[in-house]
Write a protein that binds this ligand. Structure first.
Ligand SMILES: [Zn+2]
Length: 86
């Protein structure tokens, strides 16, 4: 099976973290992370950053954008990642 390249990994890393990759892709990504120090370091960074972002309330000028997105979601608009609700 084709291994993802390091370049692919930079695009896959977020989906991998979210668990939204198909299992086969996920497995390939996992193998790549095991084998590749560079991508593992990148992934660790990303994960740390993500944890930080989750802990920190969003600063800056966009709280109303977030509120609008949340409101749209509550009205059932916009993308839903829950297939059972479709
Ligand atoms: Zn790599």
């Amino acid at each position: 099976m084709p291994m993802p390249t390091c370049r692919d990994m930079s695009e896959l890393a977020t989906d991998y973290m979210e668990g939204t990759l198909p299992w086969r892709r996920r497995l390939e990504a996992w193998w790549h992370l095991r084998a590749c120090d560079m991508c593992r370091a990148y992934y660790d960074q990303l994960e740390k950053l993500r944890r930080l972002v989750r802990q920190t309330p969003l600063p800056g000028p966009a709280p109303d954008v977030e509120a609008a997105v949340l409101a749209a979601r509550e009205r059932g608009e916009g993308p839903s990642d829950d297939p059972s609700s479709a």
